[in-house]
Design a protein around this ligand. Structure first.
Ligand code: PMP
Length: 449
């Protein structure tokens, strides 16, 4: 962004103008937890309630028609942001709900609820579900549960000391016919049925090599599920080009409202996946004995929908597209580089990649994009993360502290908690510098120098 463009972006976010803690300007560095919202998102939601509020896909009245139109247009807006078509986007309450929908769909397929078409999703003892050690609990616990319910085995890609996925054991050499006797099978092998992983870690900020993992998964016929929560708001993402089968992302992290998210699925898979959840609105014919279901995406949208939130998420998608995701990524790469200079402060250790590089040609459709985003987790020697957060908060600087819903990743680094500073489109270099200066004083504050 030019300075003028960034000033204009900031002016779009009313909350950023407020002060905290006795008049200190707010420095909001917790966008990875939830982003702030531009006025256009707020206005779109209010406009919906003021002028168009009605339940969608029901009722033959004018308002119901207008509400349905707005709801379906929002689906197109969100689809356009990720290169998908509207029929491949299912509204869900958030990314967590989307992952649970897929995992429960696979469980229902295992129970035979998907008929012949759903049989491809069935899992059983001997089958493997592959995740990574860097997952948010939202993309870990549902797969643990699915493994426990089906008898499948949960395996994971380890994280290296640099915070990146260690892909050295990912798949067998092309010529290899399985693992030699006594050796552990590659992480992706003929038993692998599902590979679920985050596009971008919410702790390390590292961008995963999606194309490489997807290619290995496709080679053995495994389904891929991408947690795109931390990529869609920050990088250009084209889900069909990445060739993932399913993907999820949340409205509230991409400048939209809470209570809404998107599940992307390749059309033929949405057709074959057994229904979940079930109830009103997702049906065609219901008798006392049985039900036929609407085609996707409606077959997964049971109950009265979160229309105002969906419409708000559509406005957020358009806002990002109008800014241009290439420009957003370039702006945030500058912020990431500036954030990472905290590693120069004595006693500060960054958990995750410490430089911002560029994805190489082997990254496929992502080549040329930054290889990490502006979410930086760190520990301060001799000072607990919660104390770090409090000292910063006293100066009006909002960071997140704790395990960021990724306990196994923290355990892997031998720590219980980190502090995390994370940026978004509206973050300025001056804010990052103010944060760095404040952080520079934290150890002295606790007498640790
Ligand atoms: N995955 C990642 C990588 C996340 O950062 C988050 C939110 N912190 C989630 C999943 C869950 O998203 P939600 O809470 O919006 O369902």
């Amino acid at each position: 962004f030019t300075a003028a463009e960034l000033t204009a972006v900031r002016a779009d976010f009313p909350l950023l103008g407020r002060t905290v803690r006795d008049g200190k300007p707010l420095v909001y560095l917790d966008s990875a937890a939830t982003s702030q919202k531009p006025q256009v998102v707020l206005d779109t939601e209010v406009d919906f309630y003021e002028k168009r509020n009605a339940a969608v896909h029901r009722g033959a009245h004018a308002l119901a028609e207008e509400a349905t139109e707005a709801f379906e247009r929002a689906r197109e807006q969100v689809a356009a942001l990720v290169g998908a078509s509207a029929g491949e986007i299912v509204w869900v309450p958030g990314a967590t709900a989307g992952i649970n929908l897929v995992a429960t769909g696979l469980q229902n397929a295992t129970l035979g609820r998907g008929g012949a078409a759903g049989a491809r999703f069935a899992l059983g003892p001997g089958d493997e579900i592959l995740i990574t050690e860097a997952e948010h609990h939202s993309n870990l616990v549902p797969w643990q549960e699915l493994a426990a319910r089906t008898g499948a085995t949960l395996r994971w890609i380890p994280v290296g000391q640099d915070g990146r996925l260690d892909l050295s054991a990912l798949s067998a050499a092309p010529s290899g016919a399985g693992a030699p006797a006594g050796e552990v099978a590659p992480l992706i092998n003929e038993r692998t049925k599902v590979v679920a992983f985050a596009h971008v870690s919410n702790v390390t900020g590292a961008v995963a090599p999606v194309a490489r993992i997807v290619a290995a998964a496709r080679a053995v016929g495994a389904l891929t599920v991408l947690d795109a929560c931390q990529s869609v708001p920050h990088l250009p993402v084209d889900l069909p080009a990445l060739e993932v089968d399913f993907a999820v992302f949340s409205g509230h992290k991409m400048l939209g409202p809470t209570g809404v998210g998107a599940l992307y699925g390749r059309r033929e898979l949405l057709e074959a996946l057994p229904v979940v959840p079930t109830g009103g609105s997702m049906v065609e014919v219901v008798t006392m004995e049985s039900t036929t279901f609407a085609p996707p995406p409606q077959k997964f949208e049971a109950g009265t929908q979160m229309v105002a939130q969906a419409v708000g998420m559509g406005a957020a998608a358009d806002y990002l597209r109008e800014l241009g995701m290439d420009k957003v990524a370039a702006h945030e790469a500058e912020l990431a580089a500036e954030l990472l200079r905290i590693a120069e402060i004595p006693g500060i250790r960054v958990i995750g990649p410490t430089t911002v590089g560029v994805l190489g040609a082997e990254a496929g459709p992502d080549a040329g994009l930054p290889d990490r985003v502006a979410a930086v987790s760190f520990v301060v020697d001799d000072v607990h993360a919660h104390d770090v957060g409090q000292v910063l908060d006293d100066q009006g600087i909002a960071v997140r502290v704790g395990h960021h819903c990724a306990q196994p990743l923290h355990r892997r680094f031998g720590i219980a908690a980190t502090a995390r500073a994370s940026a978004s489109v509206y973050t300025t270099l001056d804010e990052v510098i103010a944060f760095r200066e404040a952080l520079g004083g934290v150890r002295a504050f606790f007498g640790a120098e």
